[in-house]
Design a protein around this ligand. Structure first.
Ligand code: DQA
Length: 144
């Protein structure tokens, strides 16, 4: 099985940015959690992070050609307004899970809206970095 985990803008700043919201662990730590999970489950998980909308769209489109079977995505702030990322996700005929580290529903009002969630299979919200691991478990359930 081959999964892809995409992280959007500012998620490379985990451990630096708003620690009271996103915790103390950095992006490298998140990558290590994901690679441990991949080893444990004996699957392939590619990871990608970009601060750019176009780069994220390019990576989603690449997944069409590279054998990816499921996409886990934290689009960061693009969640709330990127119709272009929404369209890219909509074009992918595979399970897609949106992850948010923080509980976007108890923060600023603009974070209550996700334009990307309606084209995803499901969403994991507010459970910290463990949300990515829960999303992998959900993928395993759907794809195995
Ligand atoms: C986030 C929530 C977004 O509102 C924010 O812009 C982020 C991170 C989260 O993981 O909680 O960058 O997607």
């Amino acid at each position: 099985m081959k999964l892809l985990v995409i992280n959007g803008p500012n998620l490379n700043f985990l451990g630096i940015r708003e620690k009271e919201v996103y915790g103390n662990q950095d992006y490298q730590y998140l990558l290590s959690l994901i690679s441990e999970k991949a080893k444990k489950e004996n699957i392939m998980i590619d990871t990608f992070q970009s601060n750019g909308e176009g780069q994220i769209i390019d990576r989603i489109q690449e997944a069409y050609f590279d054998g990816t079977q499921g996409i886990i995505i934290n689009p960061g702030a693009f969640t709330h307004y990127s119709y272009a990322i929404r369209d890219a996700l909509a074009s992918m005929d595979m399970p897609k899970i949106e992850v948010h580290i923080s509980n976007v529903h108890k923060r600023e009002e603009f974070r209550n809206v996700s334009v990307t969630a309606p084209v995803c299979t499901g969403q994991v919200v507010g459970l910290g970095l463990n949300g990515y691991i829960l999303a992998v478990d959900a993928m395993l359930n759907m794809l195995q």
